[in-house]
Design a protein around this ligand. Structure first.
Ligand code: BTN
Length: 271
């Protein structure tokens, strides 16, 4: 992968600037530097790294992306959306990644697999994580960071039952072309964000998104920063037009979960 692989995006004005790194600390942090110095060109800037030395995940976790294997990308834009609409960007990114992978694998005649979205920021294949999204706001700049395990051949023992890669879950005969997949995802994500900025609602994708949700109509447990909400198990009923997860308790009462994480029965070791 090198910066020439992204010429289509710049040549057609889809992004205003590409920042490509053979190695960088974190693409989200590079985008943040642009935000802090107000030096964003109009439109969208894309940050791509072959490898990150200090990739960051949510909740202060680290995110590993060894050289030559995975996708580490961040999209930076100057948003017109108000603060409460920003979590919707993560929802749109998950859908853009989902569709990008589907489009890529169909075009390359790869085998089918069970790809799903885990609200709010993961994608899973066959019950294991392949993608994480970290959206950060330095108002009015928003940074949507996406990490995808693409060509990882193996995972350490302690995460092997929770994480996987696209290559491990599909039989293609060749490595997946990361740059091609990044271009597909970037185009879709930008179209979604442009539409969202006009509509200021996720109505235009909720039905499709909910059909792809790994937790739909399944039992979930609310964890981490949901502590202000009543604890216990719920049934997930999908997202509303703000991107909040609708969770129903045993007596049919409904709450809207705006942020945090959920454990889904049957996934990542929750049985
Ligand atoms: C998570 O699952 O916790 C989110 C992981 C997000 C990782 C991506 S990789 C590109 C961008 N740069 C980072 O440092 N993090 C995000």
């Amino acid at each position: 992968m090198n910066e020439n692989n992204f010429q289509n995006l710049t040549a057609y004005g889809i992004i205003s600037r590409l920042h490509y790194y053979d190695e960088v600390g974190s693409t989200n942090d590079e985008a943040k530097k642009t935000a802090y110095t107000n030096s964003l060109t109009n439109g969208y800037e894309l940050y791509v790294a072959d490898t990150q030395s200090v990739g960051r995940g949510r909740m202060g976790r680290t995110w590993s992306s060894p050289p030559g294997t995975n996708i580490s990308m961040s999209l930076l834009t100057n948003t017109k959306l108000s603060g409460e609409l920003i979590p919707g960007i993560t929802i749109l990114a998950a859908l853009a990644v989902y569709k990008g992978i589907q489009r890529y694998t169909q075009a390359h005649k790869m085998t089918s697999y069970d790809l799903k979205i885990k609200w709010p920021n993961d994608l899973v294949i066959n019950g294991k994580k392949i993608c994480g999204i970290l959206t950060e706001l330095i108002y009015p700049y928003v940074i949507c960071g996406i990490g995808i395990n693409v060509n990882t051949p193996d995972f350490p023992d302690d995460i092997r039952d929770k994480a996987t890669s696209l290559m491990l879950e599909t039989i293609s005969g060749h490595e997946i072309d990361r740059a091609e997949l990044i271009c597909i995802i970037t185009k879709d994500l930008i179209s979604y964000i442009d539409l969202y900025e006009t509509k200021k609602s996720l109505d235009f994708i909720t039905e499709e998104y909910n059909s792809l949700l790994v937790s739909l109509n399944k039992e979930i447990i609310l964890t981490s920063d949901n502590i202000e909400l009543p604890s216990g198990t719920y049934i997930s009923r999908g997202i509303d037009s703000s991107g909040a997860l609708i969770a129903e308790n045993k007596v049919g009462e409904v709450i809207c979960v705006r942020s945090g994480e959920v454990s889904v029965r049957g996934l990542y070791g929750y049985t």
